[in-house]
Design a protein around this ligand. Structure first.
Ligand SMILES: Nc1ncnc2c1ncn2[C@@H]1O[C@H](COP(=O)(O)OP(=O)(O)OP(=O)(O)O)[C@@H](O)[C@H]1O
Ligand SMILES: [Mg+2]
Length: 680
């Protein structure tokens, strides 16, 4: 296994230093100076971490930070640049506060950024730290020293990477200690409008679709509720359209997003719990005491009456009175109560600012969530709420009924976007954008456009595959060197080919991740992989197989496409798959000690696939009980039925008896056909 010390890879270093602080000692008491500088450093560090960078050291009045350690991103220079602008903003704001509080007038910051290949490894014995070392760091420090207060100076390579997205201006040569030749430096003036956030390729085509979407969002910001449906085949760009729209509306709306999991192993209200948790800033594995405190702090004072229901959704036990009250309700009343508390919460949020609820992949939405989504449709008549739903055109799914309802009853607020294949012209634009500089040979371009049939995901993955296998060569332009007949004709085949071609370590990481799900958190992944996880993740990020999903409260990632997730699963042998499911289940039990309730369905799913029927039975029963606690009777009935089948397979008479008697009490009608899963 490669030790981290072996790595020599691209890293971007950022140095930021406070200016105007030297005279402070004369004017302020020592503890005041300490508080003031400490606050500056904290804010600067937060700005860096917000963009995924890490602060390596605090030196005097400044920080030294890296983008690309421990994990590299395709857009590290952009991240460093954005952090730098954030630092300038935060310091300008703090400068005003400091002027008012202490009469300190000239507080400012200067920043130097430089990228290059650095040796990345661990130093320190007790609590080893990952550090990046190299000449590029030295240059970054010198650029910082050369910067005027309130400005950002970048080195040559970084300037080249940022041009096009940021306005840069040559500053001329800067002398660097220990170097004979001065280095060229640039001043980073501003992000170019709209492009600053772009981490991906430029949007190709889709002008009309984006226009429809932004028109709907404009209406929303004027105070009118909106319903938006985005329907398209896998990889057509549904999620991408949401990303673009979100960038456009910026902070004018509160944007909350949740998704439905494709294997159906999601607890009732899954996407809505995800949204509530994100709003509270409550990590999944957080202890219930901490989660309860958050809930009370953010909702308690205004609306104590909603606490028990929202707490129940999060799986948090509140006080005995509240529990007793909920326990007395019939399943239908309980479900009503939970949903109305949620709707009131959203309505409350929308009183301050317009709210977007983006529900992704609703094709697979669970029954309880579908009902709540229906209630929220009704709220769009009364509040500036935008309900944005993405789905594949799969007739007969829960999402499809939701769509029919939106079309039937809410046509007055509806924007219906159907993503057709990209036009040949837009496909060509995207293809050119995705190859390295140098242009594409016309015949090659024509072939790429034809085989990809207007699917941007196909095009993106095909080009990545060709670059990996050396199927494109640069003469005067990039030219296809393999016959067209070897290009996988279908998206699925292409994706499997890409996964098959991965080196062993990243491939093992991809497979373990796939077993966790399309979206996976690092803590669980860490428990089920061996070897250098960072290196594996980095490879997959660079290969555009996965993307970073979030950093707080824990790093999480997602397969860039549902089909990539499926492809990764399909490359696993049965035995390996069962073994991984077992390990993932054990990891969840281990991580979520007092929060297992959040993962009951997942645990049942993993154990069933690990052929551990005993454990599967245990979690199916617990999941069924939890579904009843959420008033989700259909879900509960379905889970009891699966539990019964599992008990039958095990030949466990006691369990069969126990489940039968519970079922006759809670499920009056025989439950309908179970769409469920194999193995149970
Ligand atoms: N118009 C476009 N221009 C450039 N890139 C695009 C465009 N549309 C999509 N892409 C890229 O193609 C890939 C697939 O898009 P996206 O993830 O949005 O598909 P999706 O419809 O949400 O798929 P799924 O059904 O699997 O969720 C992404 O990397 C995205 O950035
Ligand atoms: Mg998507």
């Amino acid at each position: 296994m490669a030790t981290p010390a072996d790595q020599l890879r691209p890293v971007t270093a950022l140095f930021a230093d406070i200016t105007g602080s030297t005279g402070l000692g004369e004017r302020l008491a020592p503890d005041e100076v300490k508080a003031l500088i400490g606050e500056c450093v904290t804010r600067m560090s937060r700005a860096v971490e917000e963009f995924g960078g890490t602060v390596q050291a605090y030196q005097g009045d400044g920080i030294c930070a890296y983008c690309g350690v421990p994990i590299a991103h395709e857009d590290d220079p952009q991240r460093a640049a954005r952090s730098a602008f954030r630092i300038l903003d935060l310091m300008a704001e703090y400068g005003r506060e400091a002027a008012a509080a202490w009469g300190v007038e000239d507080l400012s910051v200067r920043i130097g950024i430089n990228g290059g290949r650095m040796g990345v490894g661990q130093v320190g014995a007790g609590d080893p730290q990952t550090v990046a070392l190299g000449d590029a760091t030295n240059v970054a420090a010198r650029l910082q020293a050369a910067a005027q207060p309130g400005t950002i100076v970048v080195g040559e390579e970084t300037a080249r990477r940022l041009a096009g997205q940021f306005v840069v201006e040559p500053l001329g040569p800067v002398t660097v200690k220990g170097r004979e030749q001065p280095v060229e430096a640039w001043t980073l003036l501003a992000p170019m409008s709209g492009e600053a956030e772009a981490a991906t390729s430029r949007l190709a085509g889709r002008t009309t679709e984006l226009e429809h979407l932004t028109t709907a969002l404009d209406r929303l910001t004027e105070g009118r509720g909106q319903v938006v449906l985005i329907v398209g085949e896998a990889g057509m760009g549904k999620t991408r359209l949401l990303v673009e729209a979100r960038r456009t509306v910026g902070s004018r709306v509160t944007w909350l997003a949740g998704h439905s999991a494709s294997y159906g192993g999601q607890a009732p209200f899954g996407p809505f719990v995800e949204i509530l948790r994100a709003w509270l800033g409550s990590p999944e594995g957080e202890s219930s005491i901490a989660a309860r405190t958050r809930l009370r702090a953010r909702l308690g004072a205004e609306h104590p009456d909603r606490l028990p229901a929202l707490g129940r959704l999060l799986g948090i036990r509140l006080d005995d009175d509240a529990e007793a009250e909920l326990a007395g309700l019939s399943p239908v009343d309980l479900s009503d109560r939970l949903r109305s508390a949620y709707v009131e919460w959203v309505a409350g949020l929308a009183r301050r600012d317009p709210v977007v609820l983006a529900l992704e992949d609703v094709s697979w939405i669970d029954a309880a969530s579908a009902q709540l989504a229906g209630d929220l449709l009704a709220l769009t008549d009364h509040r500036p709420l935008g309900l944005l739903l993405t789905m594949r055109p799969d007739v007969g799914t829960g999402g499809w009924s939701l769509r029919s309802r939106a079309i039937g009853e809410y046509s007055h607020r509806l924007t219906n976007i159907e993503l057709e294949p990209l036009s040949p012209q837009a496909s060509a634009e995207l293809a050119i954008e995705l190859v390295p500089a140098g242009g594409l040979d016309p015949d090659t371009l024509r072939t790429l456009v034809e085989v990809s049939e207007g699917n941007p995901l196909y095009l993106e993955q095909l080009l990545a595959r060709l670059q990996e296998m050396g199927g494109l060569e640069h003469h005067q332009t990039w030219t296809l060197t393999v016959p067209r007949s070897v290009l996988p004709p279908a998206l699925e085949g292409l994706l499997v080919a890409r996964l098959d071609a991965l080196p062993p370590e990243p491939r093992a990481v991809a497979e373990a991740a796939a077993v966790i799900g399309r979206v996976f958190g690092r803590p669980v992944l860490e428990r089920v992989t061996t070897g250098d996880l960072d290196a594996g993740l980095e490879y997959l990020l660079r290969a555009r197989i996965i993307e970073e999903r979030g950093r707080y409260p824990e790093p999480s990632y997602a397969f860039r496409a549902g089909l990539l997730h499926e492809a990764a699963l399909s490359t696993l042998t049965d035995a390996r798959r069962a073994q991984l499911h077992q390990a993932v289940a054990a990891a969840y039990e281990d991580l979520a000690a007092d929060r297992v309730d959040d993962h009951l369905e997942e645990l049942a799913h993993h154990y069933a696939r690990a052929h551990d029927l005993r454990k599967a039975l245990e979690y199916l029963e617990r999941g069924a009980r939890r579904a009843s606690e959420l008033g989700a009777s259909d879900e509960a009935g379905r889970l009891w039925l699966r539990a019964l089948r599992t008990a039958n397979k095990l030949g466990d008479e006691a369990a069969i008896e126990r489940i039968r008697s519970t079922m006759s009490a809670v499920v009056p009608e025989p439950a309908g056909p179970d769409p469920g899963e194999p193995g149970t």
